[in-house]
Design a protein around this ligand. Structure first.
Ligand SMILES: Nc1ncnc2c1ncn2[C@@H]1O[C@H](COP(=O)(O)OP(=O)(O)OP(=O)(O)O)[C@@H](O)[C@H]1O
Ligand SMILES: [Mg+2]
Length: 243
């Protein structure tokens, strides 16, 4: 997927994500992130962990430019998000695929149409929508359920639909904010396997999670936040610190 982009702006080693001294203080005075530094190279798989309220979702909101940093720099593929021109925001957003704990699917549309809608709203030519949708539905293993509506799917299938929708733009970065929070352990593992496959296709993955079993089993990079600060950043790590 991302590997096939011929004019890959990160091919020169620019990190996909770079935060430099980032503080986010919300309007109510709450500082959700404090002087955060983080660099994520292309192809990395990163678990973002920490107690409820530590700032994980806030960090993600900064990455998709839903919020701006109060201080410091948030850079995506080398581009400072605070200095992005308004017309460039949708272009950058399409380089990111994102899924959440609640799948945020359109209830009155089929699986196929939920995924197709993501391309329709960006003005993708009709002729290229169908093959792109069929391709991602095969990737997530939902080709057989394409005509069903979200209410006719299991939780795992709903999340896989959301993943298909997030993948259909060929993102360079895939962000998952607690994607298994509503799923039982077995189905959670299926979703994780899918994220690992997406990572193997060359897509950088950042996943915020409280799922200790998954984090500890996979021994990936673990970035820990506590009270808005990065308190650990270890590769091959467990959910809980082992020292
Ligand atoms: N829009 C907002 N306005 C004010 N404070 C906010 C806002 N959003 C989040 N916060 C506060 O910022 C802090 C960090 O919240 P955030 O949602 O980033 O935490 P989190 O690590 O994602 O937690 P969880 O694991 O529960 O999802 C919390 O204290 C929260 O109350
Ligand atoms: Mg959160």
């Amino acid at each position: 997927m991302a590997k096939s982009h011929p004019t890959d702006p990160t091919a020169d080693g620019t990190p996909v994500i770079a935060l430099r001294g980032v503080t986010k203080t919300y309007a109510n005075g709450k500082s959700a992130l404090r002087d955060v530094n983080l660099s994520v190279p292309e192809g990395d798989f990163v678990f973002l962990v920490g107690p409820s309220g530590a700032g994980k979702s806030t960090l993600i909101r900064l990455l998709i430019r839903e919020e701006l940093a109060t201080r410091g720099k948030v850079m995506l593929e080398g581009r400072d998000l605070a200095r992005l021109k308004r017309r460039d925001v949708p272009k950058i957003r399409r380089r990111i695929g994102i899924v959440f704990q609640d799948f945020k699917l359109l209830p009155n549309k089929s699986v196929r149409d939920n995924v197709a809608f993501a391309l329709e709203v960006t003005g993708t030519p009709r002729a290229s929508i169908k093959p792109a949708v069929e391709r991602v539905l095969r990737v997530v293993g939902l080709a057989g359920q394409a005509d069903q509506r979200p209410s006719e799917l299991s939780g795992g299938e709903q999340q896989r639909t959301a993943i298909a929708r997030a993948l259909v733009h060929d993102p360079h970065l895939f962000i998952a904010d607690e994607p298994t929070g509503n799923l039982d352990p077995l189905i959670s593992w299926e979703i994780i396997q899918l994220l690992l496959r997406i990572n193997e296709m060359g897509v950088t993955v950042l996943m915020a999670t409280h799922n200790a079993d998954v984090v500890t089993a996979l021994r990936k990079r673990v970035v820990g936040l506590e009270d808005g600060r990065v308190v650990r950043d270890e590769t091959g790590a467990a959910y809980h610190r082992e020292d």
